[in-house]
Design a protein around this ligand. Structure first.
Ligand code: GLY
Ligand code: MN
Ligand code: MN
Length: 462
């Protein structure tokens, strides 16, 4: 948890951006029922938490352009607190959260029309909270019905997502510190899973994917992580070729690879790591050949990640290395595919590498933020996709700035097919790290777990 001044500074910046007579309304996330009498673990809305650091459900933040912040929160209630736990309450909230005012959430409908009255613009996140538009419509409708009595209804509504997404895209030092810690915890969890796999196989025990998932979860939680940042992928053998596979009950076999894509969430921030390792700790020849290729492509992507580069540069660097490697080792047939340029132009590599090399990461594992450079949005070009024939609109990709955070995650997935050398069949490899952009390059947050073949083999030897 950061000092309350961090959140106050973010709200002050938001207040500047919505104009002196604007008002911003941000609800937190609803509670979600899992099944009868049982909810999913509660997780606050990312925008709301970014601006408050407050994680109780049923809360709303209202920020006005003059820099005044009001929280609506669950009222103190001894009986409910016996069942559901401590509530901060509206008396303690202003002091603890550095807000100007706080009220019970039961007063929201009574207070909001008066707070909106006379403002010229209402800002809220569009299309993110079910029912929010209707709720705001009702407040505005109530004001409009009273214009003959002197109320002033705002003339415009604006999407708050764009403003907050831009703020969240560049991570401040508090965010970077939390993300580094999340990355360190997740790295430790990957090491633990690798070592458990080798140790159990050496002892002649049956190893299933869920055994390794259990090690991840144990390590996340014992370091204070609140949740996994997304459903952990623990994919043994051929399962690694299913991109959205989840940890299940597949057997982890000696001689096969295991792909683990898992990261913890810590204090609202995600980490996202993939490592691929031999179940028993020793790469076979073909596994190693493909692994070294993916690693080389990741190194090329890392080298292309720095302030001033485009978001697509790491992907393009990856594709160049992967496609050349695929031609060199015979995954792609030169006689059919042609040169490297042809393989890229025709997207021949797509048979084995079908996803992008990264995404923004932050509070959400696939974090918010435009992937297009805002100042160049009008520069549209079109191209015909080589594989689908679809016409795709291209806009200049985002220019990376210091403090942006993204993943770098190339892979190769070889499904058996005619003409594909059998030694590579069913091998799926991805290597994923989280990076913060700096002026001269990038800082990797997740390298406490190695990627180097010799280092992985060494740590799995015990
Ligand atoms: N684990 C989700 C992703 O890598 O994008
Ligand atoms: Mn990722
Ligand atoms: Mn991932």
């Amino acid at each position: 948890m950061n000092p309350s001044s961090v959140y106050a500074r973010r709200r002050a910046l938001l207040a500047q951006k919505i104009g002196a007579n604007g008002i911003a309304i941000i609800p937190t996330a609803p509670e979600q029922q899992r099944n009868r009498d049982s909810d999913f673990p509660y997780r606050a809305d990312s925008y709301f938490y970014y601006l408050t650091g407050f994680s109780e459900p049923q809360a709303w933040l209202v920020v006005t352009g003059d820099g005044h912040s009001t929280l609506f929160c669950q009222p103190k209630d001894m009986e409910r607190e016996i069942w559901d736990g401590y509530r901060l309450g509206s008396v303690a909230a202003p002091g603890q959260l550095a807000l100007e005012a706080a009220y019970s959430v039961a007063e929201l409908d009574a207070q909001l029309p008066a707070m909106i009255d006379g403002r010229d613009a209402v800002w809220y996140p569009f299309a993110t909270h079910k029912g929010l538009e209707t709720r705001i419509d009702n407040w505005l409708g109530g004001l409009r019905a009273r214009v003959r009595y002197g109320t002033l209804c705002p003339k415009s509504q604006h999407d708050l997502c764009g403003v907050l997404d831009e703020m969240r895209l560049v991570k401040d030092t508090f965010e970077q510190a939390t993300m580094l810690r999340a990355g360190q915890i997740s790295a430790g969890a990957h090491i633990r899973a690798m070592q458990t796999s080798a140790t159990m196989l050496r002892a002649g025990q049956e190893v299933r994917e869920y055994h390794l998932e259990a090690e991840l979860l144990h390590e996340f939680r014992r370091h204070g992580s609140q949740f996994p940042a997304y459903g952990s992928i623990v994919a043994a053998g051929a399962n690694a070729c299913v991109l959205h596979y989840r940890a299940d009950r597949g057997l982890v076999r000696k001689g096969e690879l295991v792909l683990i894509d898992a990261g913890c969430e810590l204090d609202g921030y995600a980490s996202d790591i993939t490592r691929t390792f031999p179940a028993d700790g020793v790469f076979t020849g073909p596994q190693r050949m493909l692994y070294e290729l993916v690693l080389a492509s990741q190194e090329a992507a890392i080298a292309a990640t720095r302030a001033g580069a485009r978001f697509t540069d790491p992907h393009d660097a990856t594709v160049k290395v992967l496609a050349q490697g695929m031609l060199d080792i015979g995954l792609l047939d030169k006689n059919k595919v042609g040169s490297l340029d042809d393989a890229i132009e025709n997207r021949a590599y797509f048979q084995f590498y079908m996803h992008r090399t990264g995404h923004w990461i932050g509070m959400d594992v696939h974090d918010c933020g435009d992937y297009t450079e805002p100042g160049e949005i009008g520069q549209v070009s079109t191209r015909k996709d080589a594989l689908t024939g679809e016409t795709i609109k291209n806009r200049p990709a985002r220019i990376l700035r210091s403090g942006m955070a993204l993943t770098i995650e190339p892979g190769i997935y070889v499904r058996p097919a005619d003409g594909v050398p059998e030694q590579f069949h069913n091998i799926g490899i991805r290597i994923e790290d989280d990076a913060i952009v700096t002026d001269s390059g990038c800082t990797l947050l997740t390298r406490d777990v190695p990627v180097d073949v010799a280092e992985i083999e060494a740590l799995m030897r015990g």
